[in-house]
Design a protein around this ligand. Structure first.
Ligand code: FAD
Length: 444
């Protein structure tokens, strides 16, 4: 626990009902939900734009639909508003798929930045960008405020309720609550530097099947002239003609030295990974241009703004979702959302391991997985929610992060209004609000 050094003249801001830290898919949605409920809400983000991985790294939402023969829509509410607003700019389209996480919604991430900003601001939430939560102040197990680093120095923000949507569970970590560090108990999912190519002849590329594409990658790697650790990376079309996006590179996400695990929350480790990721991407670009029809005249457009991090810290919550829950498509009384995506483990090897739920089935996401245990006024949402490594590999797609964010936002607003802890909230009331807002919480 920290003590604020008032002697240093730290600026103290007026209190909020709810502060959301981290504006990824989970945090932006949580902020919209809390503000729409009438809570005085602040959204704090360290980057100069909203969206987190959705705008800094990727361009396809998965999880809106179940995979398999028939795609059933299983996420609604604010997630629908996001797609509706993207459509206003003609900035997204569906990519039907029966395999993997199912049908995806590919969007233009620059438009998504504007869409997130518009939805959050319209809901009445105050946005603070380029602001990094650096420490937490606690009293009697309750978080009272956050110390935020800005260009004018440290600023102190207080609230009744907090939502940790930092992806890395930074607030939970800084407050000294319980979490599992990815890589500590089981191997953690790898890191990926995404990149986009322009001037691609998409029609020519389309003529190459997925299997043939992977064979080319294999051949190039076997030639010894290219360093390609992953042999089944993917590329896909985007809303921009001739531009392809990739999820191809693969870097180890943790290391264990003298029994101590470090991962992408370690600044030294992360710095090396960011630089190695870009070099590895250049190898894949060389391969694409040399081997893959359609890429002959292609050029690098952009790297992802930051390396893609799948998992770092996952909290220990009032409930921890397990592999068995997912495989059995378990339903819960307090579920606030659904997930039909398979467990998709991007492990250290050359391929990706997939384990599917029974055809057309979904697992419920319990509200309790958003409540870090032994806490009084904090919820989490998104990729740091309470799940085992394997269960997390299913329930981490952006649509599920949005569903969790919406529930956390509504719950925090209700807790702030009623002056109660998240664990004391009547989940029937929470579910009632979510249903009114178009969320889908009951398995089809
Ligand atoms: C390479 C890769 C490929 C993937 N592919 C897909 C895909 O195709 N489709 C899909 O649906 N899902 C995919 N996923 C999973 C999905 O993208 C993530 O699980 C999801 O985006 C996580 O959202 P989030 O809101 O929990 O976290 P994030 O998007 O990581 O957001 C966290 C936010 O918190 C901010 N933040 C962190 N710490 C602080 C702090 N201390 N102070 C202030 N701000 C802070 C960050 O800047 C960030 O904006 C992929 C993930 C990766 C890494």
């Amino acid at each position: 626990m920290s003590v604020i050094n008032y002697a240093k003249g730290i600026e103290v801001k007026d209190p909020y009902d709810v502060i959301v830290v981290g504006a990824g898919s989970a945090g932006s949605t949580a902020a919209i939900a809390a503000a729409r409920m009438g809570a005085k809400t602040l959204l704090i983000e360290r980057l100069p734009f909203l969206g987190g991985i959705s705008t800094a790294v990727l361009d396809t939402f998965y999880g809106y639909y179940t995979p398999g023969k028939q795609a059933t829509k299983i996420v609604g509410g604010i997630a629908d508003d996001v797609v509706k607003e993207l459509n206003v700019y003609n900035a997204c389209f569906e990519r039907p798929n029966t395999f993997g996480a199912g049908t995806g919604i590919t969007y233009h991430p620059e438009y998504l930045k504007v869409v997130w900003e518009a939805l959050v601001a319209k809901a009445g939430c105050h946005i603070l960008l380029n602001a990094w939560v650096q420490d937490v102040v606690k009293e009697d197990g309750r978080i009272t405020g956050l110390i935020v680093s800005t260009k004018i120095g440290q600023v102190y923000y207080t609230a009744k309720q907090f939502i940790d949507t930092t992806g890395d569970a930074d607030i939970v970590y800084l407050a000294g609550f319980d979490y599992e560090l990815a890589g500590e108990l089981e191997p953690a999912q790898t890191l990926t530097t995404t990149f986009k190519m322009v001037n691609v002849d998409a029609a020519k590329r389309k003529a190459v099947s997925k299997e043939a594409f992977h064979q080319l990658m294999e051949q190039a790697a076997e030639s010894g002239k290219y360093d390609l650790p992953r042999k089944e990376g993917s590329d896909h079309i985007t809303p921009v003609d001739g531009m392809m996006a990739t999820i191809m590179t693969r870097l180890k996400s943790y290391q264990v030295t003298d029994g101590k695990t470090i991962n992408a929350t370690d600044p030294e480790f992360l710095s090396r990974a960011e630089m190695k990721g870009r070099l590895q991407a250049l190898e894949y670009i060389r391969f694409l241009k040399d081997y893959v029809p359609g890429y002959e005249k292609a050029a690098l457009s952009t790297f992802g703004i930051q390396i893609g991090i799948r998992e770092t810290r996952r909290v220990y919550g009032e409930y921890r979702l397990t592999e068995e829950d997912v495989l059995l498509a378990k339903q819960f009384d307090d579920q606030i959302g659904l997930c039909g995506a398979p467990m998709e483990d991007h492990h250290d090897g050359e391929d990706t391991k997939w384990k599917y739920l029974p055809e057309g089935k979904t697992v419920g996401i319990p509200y309790r997985t958003l409540i870090p245990r032994n806490t009084r006024n904090i919820l989490v949402a998104g990729r740091c929610f309470s799940a085992s490594h394997v269960a997390h590999s299913s329930v981490r797609s952006m649509a599920q992060c949005m569903a969790m964010g919406e529930a956390a936002g509504v719950a925090s607003a209700l807790c702030a209004e009623k002056n109660i802890s998240p664990v004391a909230l009547d989940t029937r009331l929470l579910k009632q609000y979510l249903l009114q807002q178009g969320a889908i919480i009951k398995a089809p």
